[in-house]
Design a protein around this ligand. Structure first.
Ligand SMILES: [Zn+2]
Length: 234
């Protein structure tokens, strides 16, 4: 029978580095740990006693891990968020100790905030100011806007820029949501002014919309859809 491939340390790649997924004694959050620069001066992912037969008998999945890899003294003594950690959490192969379930991502908000900063901010696309201005005007006028096909790395900067422009134009705050690849933006104080009109138009048009009998009766609602791709800049 072919020997099962043993699993190594449970890490995630972050900005070119493999960070170890760990837990603290008595804690439930999953923290990240950096490798030390000199990879013989750190601590191992799993302590020796976790690898004793007496211990691993109680955790059958522990035998699926490469004990040599788990014993390499290559990890920082503290997590990214500065805590002393106890042990690596298991990954695909299952639990490595009886103390924690497998995990595939950090859950400590402090560790996550720190790795966010390790990624360089994406370059702002040349069309972003144009789209932001258009959306801000829609929001100030009608209270609603939906923006389609925004590249993922531009979503956060676009939401921020729309918020800033609406505040400059009207002094109003806005809410934005990013659901199913579409940014929904609402300026509540403006929307409230028009809400009755929008609702009446929608209700009046519903019967003919459902039967398809009279297309001219479709509600005359503002066009608050914006398509990122329509605003190419040369
Ligand atoms: Zn942490």
């Amino acid at each position: 029978m072919a020997k099962e491939t043993l699993h190594g340390v449970n890490t995630i790649p972050v900005a070119g580095q493999a960070l170890l997924l760990t837990t603290t004694s008595g804690g439930t959050a999953i923290h990240l740990v950096r490798p030390v620069e000199n990879d013989t001066r750190g601590r191992p992912a799993v302590h020796d006693f976790h690898l004793e037969p007496e211990f691993t008998e109680r955790v059958p999945t522990a035998s699926r891990y490469d004990t040599a890899a788990l014993s390499e003294p290559r990890w920082s003594e503290v997590t990214l968020c500065g805590r002393t950690w106890s042990v690596m959490v298991g990954g695909e192969a299952g639990p490595v100790t009886k103390y924690c379930d497998p995990a595939f991502a950090p859950s400590c908000s402090r560790c996550m905030a720190i790795i966010d900063k390790l990624f360089p901010a994406p370059e702002v696309d040349a069309r972003l100011p144009l789209v932001a201005q258009l959306v801000a005007q829609l929001l100030v006028e009608h209270g609603l806007a939906q923006i389609y096909h925004v590249p993922g790395d531009q979503v956060s900067a676009l939401r921020k820029e729309i918020r800033r422009r609406v505040r400059d134009l009207s002094g109003h705050p806005i809410k934005t949501n990013y659901v199913g690849g579409v940014i929904h933006a609402e300026c509540e104080p403006v929307y409230e002014i028009h809400a009755m009109t929008y609702q009446r138009a929608a209700v009046e048009a519903l019967p003919s919309f459902l039967t398809g009998s009279d297309e001219s009766a479709l509600p005359s609602l503002p066009d608050w859809n914006v398509y990122w791709g329509n605003w190419a800049v040369s």
